[in-house]
Design a binder for this molecule. Structure first.
Ligand code: ATP
Ligand code: MG
Length: 317
């Protein structure tokens, strides 16, 4: 169980990252990708351990309670650190309760449906955590920066009017509201990388042979649209940070700091849901007692009737 001090520490930690619903975001002015909250890496590693431990415990409760689901959406520019963040945040959790889905260029089948269809297929079930590596927000990011992608979406003329982006923001907000009202909580994380740090990470991918596979010429082409992406991200954050599903802008130039933030955000959501192990009713308790009695009676010669209880008693005494 998390104590009150830890809960408060986590809440205070994430507060500066939150995009106030209704505020007008100007990324470059409002959020510093190099921010690390005055923290040293060593303190950060300790906090990440606390986060990973809490996550494991609360994930188990989430699954047991089976009423809520959690969806973490990760958005970033190339080399923003989505993969590493997922790896670190999820270390230590039960893989059966977590599903990671990556979203790339849509397939022909996906383009034959409305643009939210493919994301809806990947939503978490109750009791689960789903992570979207890129998400429905690509529909107002890459598609906005490259509007020619809309041609492939086969929209009828009436769906391509001047209000298209406004309609998409509204549809996304409504969809997320619907999910939230039904017990599915969203954790929306934008890993905010600086242009200089992206340059360094690309160079590292070129210079280190074991990183070559990560490099793609397409990433360099997308980098040329840096300013357009900053604008698309700013507009998206302004329009879709809502009271029910706020955005968090995570400074991503220091990988270790970004990972702590992502972990803290997920933990914060789970603490807020505060899932509990279901209490067994009278009838079940009676059945448990009867089964215990039968199992104890089966104990072979010389063995403890209930080795678990014996060990437990010793531990306490
Ligand atoms: P990594 O490079 O770390 O393996 P990635 O998420 O960048 O992961 P890529 O295969 O490199 O994966 O890129 C996926 C591409 O698909 C991105 O350029 C992204 O913008 C694009 N994409 C995602 N969703 C859409 C969409 N709805 N329409 C068009 N392009 C999309
Ligand atoms: Mg890529």
């Amino acid at each position: 169980m998390a104590d009150r001090q830890t809960v408060k520490r986590i809440a205070d930690f994430i507060e500066p990252l939150r995009v106030k619903p209704g505020s007008r975001v100007h990324l470059a002015k409002d959020f510093d990708p190099g921010f690390k909250g005055g923290m040293k890496k060593r303190e950060g590693v300790e906090l990440l351990h606390t986060g990973v431990k809490l996550l494991a415990e609360y994930q188990a409760r989430l699954a047991a309670q089976d009423t809520h689901g959690v969806l973490m959406c990760l958005q970033a520019l190339d080399a923003g650190g989505k993969d590493g963040t997922i790896r670190h945040v999820m270390s230590g959790v039960n893989p059966q309760g977590v599903h990671v889905s990556g979203f790339k260029v849509p397939s022909a089948e996906e383009l034959d449906h409305d643009y939210l269809w493919r994301y809806a297929q990947r939503l978490p079930a109750r009791g689960d955590i789903a992570i979207f590596n890129r998400s429905h927000y690509e529909e107002v990011l890459v598609v906005r920066v490259h509007p020619e992608l809309l041609d492939r979406q086969k929209l009828p003329p009436e769906a391509r009017g001047p209000d298209l982006w406004h309609h998409r923001y509204r549809a996304i907000n409504d969809w997320e509201r619907h999910l939230t009202e039904n017990g599915f909580r969203l954790v929306k994380v934008f890993l905010n990388l600086s242009k200089e740090e992206q340059r360094r990470r690309f160079l590292k991918r070129i210079d280190l042979p074991e990183k070559n596979w990560k490099f793609s010429a397409a990433d360099i082409r997308e980098r040329e649209y840096w300013d357009d992406y900053q604008k698309a991200f700013s507009d998206m954050l302004s329009a879709t940070s809502t009271p029910w599903a706020p955005w968090y802008v995570v400074p991503a130039d220091h990988k270790w700091f970004a990972r702590i933030c992502a972990s803290a955000l997920l933990v914060h959501t789970l603490l807020d849901i505060d899932p509990q192990y279901p209490e067994v009713d009278k009838k079940t308790r009676k059945a448990l007692r009867a089964a215990k009695h039968d199992l104890e009676a089966e104990a072979p010669e010389g063995a403890a009737r209930d080795p678990y209880a014996a060990k437990h008693r010793k531990g306490r005494g």
